[in-house]
Write a protein that binds this ligand. Sequence first.
Ligand code: UD1
Ligand code: CA
Length: 461
Amino acid sequence: MAAGKGTRLKSKHPKVLHEIGGKPILAHVIATAQKVVPARDIFVIIGHEAERVREAVAGTGVNFVLQATQRGTGHALMVARETLLGNGNMYDQVIVLSGDAPLITAETIRKLSDFHSAQKATMTLLTADLDDPYGYGRVIRKGGRVDVQAIVEEKSATPVQKKIREINSGFYAFDGAALYEHIDRLSTENAHSEYYLTDMAAVFHRARKKVAAIKTVDASEVLGSNTRTEMMVLDARLRLAKCRELLENGVTIFYPHTCVIDSEVEVGVDTVIEPFVQLLGSTKIGADCRIRSYSVIGNSIIGDRVTVKPGTIMEDSRVGAGAVLGPYSHLRPGSDVGEGAHVGNFVETKKIKLGKGSKANHLSYLGDAEIGEGVNIGAGTITCNYDGVNKHKTVIEDGVFIGSDSTLVAPVNIGRGAYVAAASCITEDVPADALALGRSRQTVKEGWARAKRDAQKEKRR
Ligand code: UD1
Ligand code: CA
């Protein structure tokens, strides 16, 4: 169920698209569901901002049901009837997941499903004991047994019922046929004038059908995200769980609560992550690396034994084994840094290939360039890749030495083993093994400075 607006967030974005742990809340729930059943058996109920929600998760291959007006969780299941019937056969078991409770695990969903089958129940709810049950539906058990009599929402609960700590998690298993035989008995006579799916417990109880409940071992799995505060708690939990997973797999992370590491990130053994590092998206980092503080690395692939010095920013880039980056390097999309290469402080790169062992250690802009192996890029080198309309390419072949403060006006080609003298403005191709000087000749005026000083002394006298 993902059709609700999320009024309590005070947001213009639908609740299930808010991100925790680096991806939309709903994407977490779908990913977990996909561990239990294939995407073709997953139906996402969308409504508020339906197209945005659909677009965000369509890549998973799940089905969608449109709940055009959102009249409650019971109504969400009512509108799904036709789609779930599909070619005429209703699913034996329908598992309902809450699109705003992203910490649920596949193991717990399977337990819910198995328990439901074993109990031969018509409806089984997943419950949890919370220290602070405020806001959740409370579970009314028949004399403390497995069977459930009803679920009472916060707003309708009596003071005595409000003291019940066992809450309804919003995850259920239903007998598909029985659900739709009885769902029309739901009414909107409640605090929100909505069809509550939770009322199915009382409906089935009255119809003498078995309503069972199974309690989670880890209550935090079922926490919902109705408010930004709840989201912050879930985000912190997910991030810390990710750090713990990496720590258990041989990665050292100092001050993990200062690091932001997205759930899909992979890091190799014996890599050390210093405080205040962000590793985002599909980033993969090899073994024996050191990622120093304040580095932000997004969707990049880094080989083994790489050192990333403080404050390095990287997006959609690749870095070969043994390379050294930073401090304060900026690798923009399409940067491909070769094995053992160095990119130093205040060097910005974009769409370049920097060959094996090549070095650009200080203060450069390298864009749209193909740079060979063993190349030395002097401090302050700039590739002038943009003429105001089009981008042009710079090719620097193996073993080239570019002197400091050179400007290379693209398109231009520097041949293998050539030298470019410092402070040159290179506008024409340089052949292999040549020396190119693109600067005006220096003139020296002998004794000029002494003469000037003498003249000043004379004046003062
Ligand atoms: C619901 C339960 C409550 C339970 C809690 C657990 C009901 C009436 N109450 O309350 O017992 O303790 O979850 O988190 O079900 N949705 C739709 N269509 C709608 C309304 C909601 O798809 O018309 C979706 C929402 O997007 C959300 C989910 O259903 O993902 C739950 O709705 P929400 O409004 O968050 O219910 P709660 O108030 O949390
Ligand atoms: Ca909720």
